[in-house]
Design a protein around this ligand. Structure first.
Ligand code: GRF
Length: 203
């Protein structure tokens, strides 16, 4: 009897600069059998970012690529080192989860159509920093989050999925961000699973 072969998990690298709640949800979805992937490498530009704790707790390799020369991107040399590390770990899909640097040519050309980001607004509204604050300042009544492919622009790549949340009377930037993050934790693993299935069509 031929039993159906189990698909080999897609090898992800999660890149983040902050606390890593999205990384944690991705890991939980994998552990729950809802995402056919493994996190093979966690990367940060901040050696002490919260996301590094997840790597330690889950025994996932962690690498940091600190950058002092530029504030909004890695130097070309540093980004090339990052690409080499991603190749060395056999990474198939690069997942930006709160990674606060713009991705440039070395990484973009090494992983064409294989870099995704989560952004805390309904793009194309409110690209860039603190999108939840932008929504409050603009008097928006609806906000949410977007998962999109990464291109050379700022939060401008092809949209893969969105989830909306209401902006409630009395919301602060913080309370809105907290509500958006709940939606992020649902949307991101769902879209990643769609991408992972597409990467293993015939297994
Ligand atoms: C998220 O709101 C994400 O949309 C934004 O940065 C935040 C990262 O949160 N790009 P976390 O580190 O995953 O908790």
């Amino acid at each position: 009897m031929n039993l159906p072969k189990k698909k080999s998990p897609v090898r992800l690298s999660v890149l983040g600069s902050g606390k890593g709640s999205n990384c944690r949800t991705i890991l939980s979805a994998i552990c729950a059998g809802q995402l056919d992937a493994e996190i093979a490498l966690i990367v940060s530009d901040q050696p002490d970012a919260g996301i590094s704790d997840i790597a330690r707790e889950a025994s996932i390799p962690f690498l940091s690529f600190p950058e002092t020369r530029y504030r909004t991107r890695l130097s070309e040399e540093q980004e090339s080192r990052l690409v080499a590390a991603l190749y060395n770990h056999g990474i198939e899909l690069v997942v930006l989860a709160g990674y606060m640097r713009v991705i440039k040519a070395p990484l973009l050309s090494a992983f064409p159509g294989r870099i995704v980001n989560i952004h805390p607004s309904l793009l194309p509204q409110f690209p860039g920093l603190a999108a939840w604050k932008q929504a409050i300042d603009a008097g928006a009544t609806v906000s949410g989050c977007t998962v999109h492919f990464v291109d050379e622009g700022i939060d401008s790549g092809e949209i893969l999925g969105q989830e909306t949340v209401p902006v409630l009377p009395g919301d602060t930037a913080e309370s809105l961000h907290a509500r958006i993050q709940i939606a992020e934790h649902h949307l991101f693993p769902t879209i990643l699973q769609r991408l992972c299935s597409a990467l293993r069509p015939n297994e």
